[in-house]
Design a protein around this ligand. Structure first.
Ligand SMILES: [Zn+2]
Ligand SMILES: [Zn+2]
Length: 177
């Protein structure tokens, strides 16, 4: 389903200077994938055989508003897993496995945990055709991916980790840890 270009299509329309500024700020604030934690500039394509460049995802597509409550930073792998599903990667034993899909409910769980200041269900409801789903913890594949990126020392990444670890539903704590 996901096309060869961006999962959201090739064109993102920026309507005014404020939107441009917001997109620029958001790109700077999130130099890693909010779903799996992979940092910008990390090329895991060789290892997993799927592009990992960072892209911006819009939670609601109506008017595709470039406002922070509507934005998520996702690597191409996680982005494709949300839009297309059926994405396969090579695991550490070079075996091809299908990774679980990322639903909107999963994305909202992540947005609420990592970016609570911009988590706004009321705004989402204004621009969503269907009801805003109840948040749902992502499949463990994504939580384990965060653990694989423990070596990332980017300041922002460390700050987000510290913040999230303090919160009850810490993203990095695997069940049983
Ligand atoms: Zn990712
Ligand atoms: Zn998207």
């Amino acid at each position: 389903m996901a096309g060869q270009k961006s999962a959201e299509g090739p064109t993102v329309v920026i309507r005014n200077a404020r939107e441009r500024q917001t997109l620029g700020e958001f790109a700077t604030e999130w130099p890693f994938c909010m779903a799996c934690g992979i940092a910008a500039g990390t090329d895991e394509r060789q290892r997993m055989d799927h592009p990992r460049n960072l892209e911006i995802h819009h939670l609601t597509k109506i008017q595709r508003r470039h406002e922070k409550w509507n934005l998520m930073k996702l690597c191409k792998l996680c982005h494709d897993a949300h839009h297309g599903g059926g994405i396969t990667v090579l695991n550490s034993r070079r075996k091809r496995i299908e990774i679980p899909g990322l639903t909107l409910a999963n994305l909202l769980w992540i947005k609420r945990l990592l970016d609570p200041g911009n988590y706004d269900r009321q705004k989402m409801a204004m621009f969503m055709v269907r009801n805003v789903p109840v948040v749902r913890r992502p499949p463990s594949w994504y939580l384990e991916a965060w653990n694989r990126h423990r070596h990332c020392t980017h300041q922002r990444f460390l700050a987000i980790r510290a913040m999230a670890e303090k919160r009850q539903a810490g993203l990095y704590r695997r069940d049983g840890d």
